[in-house]
Design a protein around this ligand. Sequence first.
Ligand SMILES: C[S@@+](CC[C@H](N)C(=O)[O-])C[C@H]1O[C@@H](n2cnc3c(N)ncnc32)[C@H](O)[C@@H]1O
Length: 352
Amino acid sequence: MRARFGERAPILVETTLLRRRAADKLADLGDVSSWLFTDEALQQATVAAVALHRARRLAGLVVHDATCSVGTELAALRRTSARAVGSDIDPVRLAMARHNLGPDADLCRADALHPVTRDAVVVVDPARRRGGRRRLRPADYQPALGLLLATYRRRELVVKCAPGIDFDQLSRLGFEGEIEVTAYRGSVREACLWSGGLAAPGVRRRASLLDSGEQVTDTEPDDCAVRPAGRWIVDPDGAVVRAGLVRHYGARHGLWQLDPDIAYLSGDRLPAGVRGFEVLEQLAFDERRLRQALSALDCGALEILVRGVQVDPDALRRRLRLRGSRPLSVVITRIGSAAAGRGTAFVCCPSR
Ligand SMILES: C[S@@+](CC[C@H](N)C(=O)[O-])C[C@H]1O[C@@H](n2cnc3c(N)ncnc32)[C@H](O)[C@@H]1O
């Protein structure tokens, strides 16, 4: 490579490797095999399925992606919106966006904290890592979240945030719109803030499960009983838990809670498409008794789910030294109030 391309060789190698990584992450945007990236820009790029989901919510509107980077999210927005404009403060990324999106893309260099559009819905995905390090505090986002909310107070605004963001802190910053927690390929990807005018009436929390297409919001009924385990235990998707919608999800699917403060649900019928755990045995959590129960069932590989009790699943699995042939699951949780609460183990057979 060096003999043929001289000092450009490292850049060519890196670009080729980045394009290979992008092929999976951005596949839903079409062919990105000729796109330009930096390593950090590709890490920061919104995975295409999530960008397209957001773009569908903005269909038909005029939008301004004010932190467009190399253009991945803007590519999704251009498919659905009436018009999409992109800007970024970084001239190199903008040049890459121009290459990636082509001569028709509306792009300009601008600081997101100094609005260059009027009336358009502003979409911002602040940088949450620099030089490989993650910045988790909203005040450390680039641009800072508080400044963004203040700058666009009178505009319709969408902000992509880290999934772990402190919701109370958002209220303290004056945010009163909808928080949408999105999961894709089994993991929680982001918490997205939607200003009031973009949210459905009354919705303050939404969980969007892109793998199944299911959405749950806090305007749905949340009358979910607390009862002993039925035939199945369900561990709701992380986005449902993070959005605080476990009871709403349970009510929708005819499930009940095992404990009012614990996110496990139970029911006699497993909702369609949901992975569940069929209860074979319930016992007070005690390692020796658990080992006996699992050995009697010829358990080999063991999946361990834990909520509300201090158990290290990997360490427990090693200590149990199971030698059987049947793959099983155990759900270990606390049932009852904190003081009286005791660990309970449910030995289960997973539905898949
Ligand atoms: C997380 S990346 C955006 C990724 C983009 N949504 C995508 O999917 O490819 C954040 C971007 O914000 C830009 N940025 C940081 N501070 C900015 C500011 N004050 N104004 C405009 N852009 C800014 C960075 O240059 C970076 O490209």
